[in-house]
Design a protein around this ligand. Structure first.
Ligand SMILES: [Zn+2]
Length: 123
């Protein structure tokens, strides 16, 4: 049994989306450190607007290219090192902003300030 033209179109479209995202990752310098790396080292970090679908899902699914391009507009390309630091910083921020009482009962608040200072001076 051969593939139907619908299945073929679906596979072609998915392949085209995958290559498009790989090219974008390979050609865009990291938004934080400015370095370019192999696409496998680059991540797409959602920074603006509401996230409807992940890039991975948009590439793999049969959803239109329009949705992928809209989501990419809301993302920044960052290398995985910088992405980890971003994620870590957000967790620290969330902890401090959303649980001030809990933080005040521990040394965590001063630890966070110390960590932020260390991160700033190593940047
Ligand atoms: Zn980076």
């Amino acid at each position: 049994m051969g593939q139907t033209s619908t299945q073929l179109n679906y596979h072609r479209r998915r392949e085209a989306k995958r290559k498009y995202v790989q090219k974008l990752k390979a050609e865009t310098p990291c938004a934080d450190c400015g370095q370019k790396y192999h696409f496998s080292v680059m991540d797409l970090d959602h920074v603006r607007g509401r996230k409807r679908y992940s890039i991975g899902k948009l590439v793999a699914s049969n959803l239109s290219l329009k949705y992928l391009l809209e989501e990419l507009e809301n993302c920044e390309v960052v290398c995985s090192n910088c992405h980890r630091i971003r994620t870590f910083s957000r967790k620290v921020w969330m902890t401090r902003e959303n649980h001030p009482k809990r933080i005040r009962n521990t040394n965590a608040r001063s630890d966070i300030i110390e960590l932020e200072r260390m991160m700033d001076s190593s940047a």
